[in-house]
Design a protein around this ligand. Structure first.
Ligand code: FMN
Length: 194
């Protein structure tokens, strides 16, 4: 492979939001390849902490209903009901071809610090995201909804020590010229040369 190709793939990956999804389904084989490539993320002590729940078809309705229900259930006296947010939770997953819930399964032996498990899962997500983008599928990692709702974790087969890290929303986009921006890497790097 030409190394320039890899740089292009990395730089062309974009967050593609629901409003760009056409409703067309991302082929099953692409989702499978995304998951397979996720499984090759780096992992300290081979804990392989990434766990995924894939929602498609009627599964998307179930996810939408679940997150809307949890929103209602977890409202406190201090927070008033937001009809717009409720409707978003109930409708947004239905715009996707697939939604993949991103979980971190904590190693029972605690072989490595938690931050390393989270880093490993993030690498797995990047593998999925890059794979989707080379097939022309759009993705977007979201951390809204029930992401930080402790009471929602069991729904995603996660235990107390595990973490839900958000959702990879996936759809075929109608826009292919999405531009990205980053501040220069020089701002974020220090060299030690002697
Ligand atoms: C861990 C994580 C969580 C994110 N959560 C959200 C989110 O909840 N809402 C959102 O609009 N974007 C979210 N994003 C997506 C970023 O906002 C997106 O990557 C950013 O807009 C930059 O776009 P680009 O990746 O196309 O350059 C998240 C990204 C990461 C890595």
């Amino acid at each position: 492979m030409n190394p320039n190709e890899l740089s292009k793939i990395i730089k062309n990956r974009r967050a593609v939001y629901h409003k760009f999804y056409t409703g067309e389904k991302v082929p099953h084989e692409v989702i499978m390849e995304m998951l397979e490539n996720a499984n090759w993320a780096p992992t300290h002590r081979h804990t392989e902490p990434w766990r995924f729940v894939v929602f498609e078809g009627v599964g998307l309705e179930k996810l939408a209903d679940f997150q809307a229900m949890r929103y209602k259930e977890t409202l406190t006296k201090e927070v008033s009901f937001d009809e717009t947010l409720f409707e978003k939770l109930k409708s947004k997953p239905l715009l996707c071809s697939h939604v993949i819930a991103i979980g971190m399964r904590r190693d029972p032996k605690r072989s490595v610090p938690e931050v390393e498990e989270l880093a490993s899962v993030a690498c797995a997500v990047q593998n999925m995201w890059l794979t989707a983008s080379v097939y022309g599928a759009g993705c977007y990692w979201s951390t809204g909804g029930v992401t930080y709702d402790e009471g929602a974790k069991a729904y995603f087969r996660l235990g107390e020590a595990d973490k839900l890290m958000g959702f990879l929303n996936i759809g075929m986009p109608d826009e292919s010229n999405l531009t990205g921006r980053r501040r220069p890497v020089e701002e974020k790097v220090m060299w030690v040369t002697g």
